[in-house]
Design a protein around this ligand. Sequence first.
Ligand SMILES: Nc1ncnc2c1ncn2[C@@H]1O[C@H](COP(=O)(O)OP(=O)(O)OP(=O)(O)O)[C@@H](O)[C@H]1O
Ligand SMILES: [Mg+2]
Length: 331
Amino acid sequence: MTDKCADLPVLSVKHLSIYFGGRGHAGLQVVNNVSFEVRAGEIVGIVGESGSGKSQILLSIMGLLPDGGRAAGSVRLLGREILGLPQSDLDGLRGAAMSMVFQDPMTCLTPHLRISRQMTEVLVRHRGMTERAALSAAVRMLELVQIPDARHRIQFYPHEFSGGMRQRVMVATSLLCRPAVLLADEPTTALDVTIQAQLLKLFADIAAEFGTAILIVTHDFGVVSELCDRIVVLYGGAVMETGLAPDIISDPQHPYTRGLLAAMPGLHQTPGTQLFTIPGQILPGANRPGCPFCQRCTDKIPVCATERPVLRAGSGRHIACHVAGRAEVVA
Ligand SMILES: Nc1ncnc2c1ncn2[C@@H]1O[C@H](COP(=O)(O)OP(=O)(O)OP(=O)(O)O)[C@@H](O)[C@H]1O
Ligand SMILES: [Mg+2]
């Protein structure tokens, strides 16, 4: 990775909105005007509760929104606009320039095919390799993600691996073509704590070694605090707060971020004490007036119910809040 490369956003998402049903901008809006960038070697975390729109953001980047889903805005991969590209063009990018790993590895591994076949197929298709060259490249990739005895185990079927090992196989498969961007949707949620820590280290190694831009979505602030350089805090489909991970974790400003962090054992709380949970639940429909978090916010003032706060700079990060960081607003 060159210095020049490190300065260019590999993935640039601007004003992304996602709708289900209806036409044009009608229908249910589940993501509202979300913007962020991921640079080479950087790990950005999107964190938010269930239903906040995390998965739909990743799926829209991959061009894999479910039926009835529509995305508006811009997604640039290495400077090229990819939102709305025909499926045939996206097929050429998926698994090559961008890859995605899921919470459940069986989402992308085929149960009745040996891992060798699944991995070599990617290299033969996207890289035009011979079977033989593809097999040795696949073994090397399994070794890189620390699958013991990879030369032998590459002939296993997916069910012959443990859950943690299957995740590693999926990560290895997603990395075969050295994608510029790796998208990960809750990749560690189903794993026990030790395996989770190993997988997080693997992501950090991949970003550092290959310069891969990694975008990881999670509802777990523990994951972002361990792994991420920058954080996007999402609520009701909108960005509430975004900035450098250490800044946000040491000094959360948005009432929602403060609530999420208070719910995290070990960060702002003595382990073993009662976890704080934010009362209420996420309401669907990111196109309602006012702040999406208003109903659950303890700091709200009257304007929060009627006017959507815009994302503005303050305290070394960006916050969308009528109350938080007001004194330090610079733009
Ligand atoms: N096919 C669909 N049709 C209509 N609405 C949908 C569809 N898929 C998702 N949604 C809605 O989009 C919103 C965001 O969903 P999304 O799956 O992105 O949430 P998430 O943040 O990934 O949640 P989780 O942590 O549970 O995975 C939710 O309100 C959900 O109900
Ligand atoms: Mg999800």
